[in-house]
Design a binder for this molecule. Structure first.
Ligand code: ZN
Length: 225
């Protein structure tokens, strides 16, 4: 559904976003395999899959890249990912979360269809992409080491992946889910001062009803933790 001007939210095991740009749609993450039908959603809006011009990947967890190979094939769009995510996408493997049980589950049950290297464009921290009025790439390690997030300052949107969660208010990636919890906390402290109008995270309903006071309270709780 359209949750913000020219921003659509799709949910299935994880969130995916379609942001409308001047000449097409930017897809951010893709959800669990088979749980989100991005092509059907676009068809309802009257667009073919080829209307997707770029696919941005926050990190290579299966609930973010589960439909990536399929929608890349349907759209022909280039995939934008961090160097570490790109390596994982090519192998069809999810990143480590530190926890050994989690790693075992991921390695045995959470493999996804890989993406050929020629479809991937590697991006890094501080880069500004010529889409969505100059979306900025920000390194966001902690939840996983490969994670990046995307900040669209002109529109006030932070595509935060799993650097921040909005399931029950705003939170950083929990200890069990984080490859490096302390690094994740530092990442959250780095992202909060961006003060976006909408937190478009990987899980939970996108947050846009927050106040500056809410953000400051959360910032202080993280800083003092
Ligand atoms: Zn994740």
């Amino acid at each position: 559904m359209e949750i913000y001007p020219r921003l659509h939210w799709l949910s299935g095991g994880g969130n995916a976003y379609l942001a409308q740009d001047d000449d097409g749609f930017i897809l951010v993450d893709t959800g669990m395999p088979g749980r989100i039908d991005i092509a059907s959603y676009l068809a309802q809006l009257g667009h073919p899959p080829t209307a997707i011009t770029h696919i941005l990947v926050t990190h290579a967890d299966i609930d973010h890249v589960g439909n990536l190979a399929a929608i890349q094939r349907q759209s022909g769009a280039t995939v934008y990912a961090s160097p570490a995510s790109a390596e994982l996408l090519i192998r069809g493997e999810s990143p480590s979360h530190g926890n050994r049980l989690m790693k075992w589950i991921i390695d045995h049950f959470m493999r996804f269809e890989s993406v050929a290297p020629e479809h991937i464009h590697v991006i890094g921290d501080g880069e500004r992409l010529p889409i969505l009025d100059g979306v900025q790439v920000i390194a966001a390690p902690g939840h996983t080491a490969d994670q990046i997030v995307f900040f669209c300052k002109a529109r006030g949107i932070l595509f935060a992946g799993d650097a921040l969660f909005t399931r029950n208010g705003l939170a950083s990636s929990g200890k069990f889910l984080s490859a490096d919890y302390e690094e994740g906390r530092r990442t959250a402290l780095k992202l909060l001062p961006l003060s976006p109008a909408i937190f478009a995270c990987g899980h939970g309903e996108p947050l846009q009803t927050h106040t500056d006071t809410d953000i400051m309270a959360f910032f202080n709780s993280l800083r003092d933790a």
